[in-house]
Design a protein around this ligand. Structure first.
Ligand code: SF4
Length: 387
């Protein structure tokens, strides 16, 4: 893959640089011509002003979070590390997705109506925070690379994995993916670091899969990737979302497929999820199953295929662990500067006591805002502006 591509966009009159197929830097052409006389391309790409930095995938503004930015990697659900009080750490280096799933709980992809900012985190900085939390929590940590988006879009995946593998407390590295951006070469690279891939695959029928994914679904490529993973050293778990009225018939086919290709060598081969509509997610026109209905259907499939489908955290070796201390309490009031834009419209992110807080406000980056903390659960901090 070419690390740096460039072209001239005649619609906007900008010189465009694409880095690692992910970061899109746009500079007005007349400024670029001036800069070009004095500086080399590397300098222009990283320092050239004025410029716009976008996610090449979603075309939204992209915030690059580096160690120098001083932005802590705890407190936000979209980037950094999430500690929910177990031996599993969720690690999020990137937002954005190349799919537009009809059921997406975080309204991701280019079709998103609510997300306006994407983030990408410097890999060594992210690994530093993983180390800090892993050392606090002790031995036997699982690092789960997931995100509000598709984790394999992360342009610095190998650098991150290399660092995380060196953390002695980390025993398992797993990753969530829609599988569309993988190929033999990438799976070979992942094989050096990753123990399990949770692959989302919700239909074995191209039309249904395309409807559910909101894009032309590369079914053959994803099935091939599933087979390659199952044959590699990486364990494969296939994770369909069961959307009643849409993929009822597919679930059984997916169970058969997972068993046929040898998914689940060490961990369960399937992690079937119930479709749940979320407040800020996309919703499918369907009546969601009750948990009772869902589990009784899983029990029937379990009997028929002699496979465990009702899963518990213990099936993955997940146990309770002390949470990293929280320095912020619900109801506390603060005044702080917005340091980066929030993920949704009318949100800004401030830094308080070494954590990020997402505040509902119209204030822009650089402006001060007074707010009260409204949520601290799972170390994710939200605030509401007060006048
Ligand atoms: S559900 Fe996953 S794959 Fe689908 S749009 Fe959302 S983040 Fe992307």
């Amino acid at each position: 893959m070419c690390l740096l591509r460039d072209y001239f966009d005649k619609n906007t009159n900008e010189k465009v640089f694409i880095i690692k197929n992910f970061i899109e830097v746009r500079i007005p052409f007349k400024y670029f011509r001036r800069l070009e006389r004095k500086y080399n391309v590397e300098y222009i790409v990283s320092m050239g002003e004025p410029r716009r930095v976008l996610s090449h995938i979603t075309k939204r503004n992209l915030e690059i979070i580096t160690r120098e930015s001083g932005i802590p990697l705890l407190g936000n659900p979209a980037f950094g590390v999430i500690d929910r009080g177990t031996n599993l750490l969720q690690v999020r280096g990137v937002t954005g997705c190349n799919f537009c799933c009809a059921f997406c709980s975080v309204d991701e992809g280019r079709c998103s109506k609510s997300r306006v900012t994407d983030y990408v985190v410097e890999p060594t900085y992210l690994a530093e925070w993983v180390r800090k939390l892993a050392e606090f929590k002790g031995d036997g940590i699982e690092v789960h690379i997931d995100g509000q988006g598709e984790p394999t879009l992360y342009p610095y995946m190998e650098e991150l994995l290399e660092e995380v593998r060196r953390i002695k407390e980390v025993k398992v590295i797993s990753m969530q993916t829609n599988g569309s951006l993988l190929n033999e070469e990438k799976i070979e690279m992942l094989e050096n670091y990753i123990d399990r891939i949770n692959l989302s695959l919700s239909s074995m029928d191209r039309k249904t899969a395309s409807f559910l994914a909101g894009v032309k679904y590369p079914l053959n490529r994803i099935l091939d990737n599933a087979r390659i993973i199952a044959e590699s050293k990486i364990d494969l778990l296939i994770a369909p979302v069961w959307v009643p009225g849409y993929n009822d018939k597919d679930i059984e086919k997916i169970v058969k497929f997972a068993l046929e290709i040898g998914a689940g060598k060490k961990w369960p081969p399937l992690g079937i999820q119930k479709y749940i509509p979320y407040k800020y997610g996309r919703k499918v026109r369907t009546k969601p199953m009750s948990f009772h209905q869902f589990y009784s259907k899983l029990r029937e499939l379990e009997k028929e295929y002699e496979v465990k489908l009702i899963l518990k955290p213990e099936d993955f070796g997940i146990e309770k662990r002390k949470k990293y201390p929280s320095p912020i309490k619900k109801g506390e009031k603060f005044r702080a500067r917005v340091v980066i834009p929030g993920r949704m419209r009318n949100e800004g992110i401030a830094v308080i006591r070494g954590r990020t807080v997402t505040i509902r406000t119209k204030k822009r980056v650089g402006e001060y805002v007074s707010f009260v903390i409204t949520r601290t659960h799972d170390g994710i901090y939200l605030g509401e502006e007060v006048k």
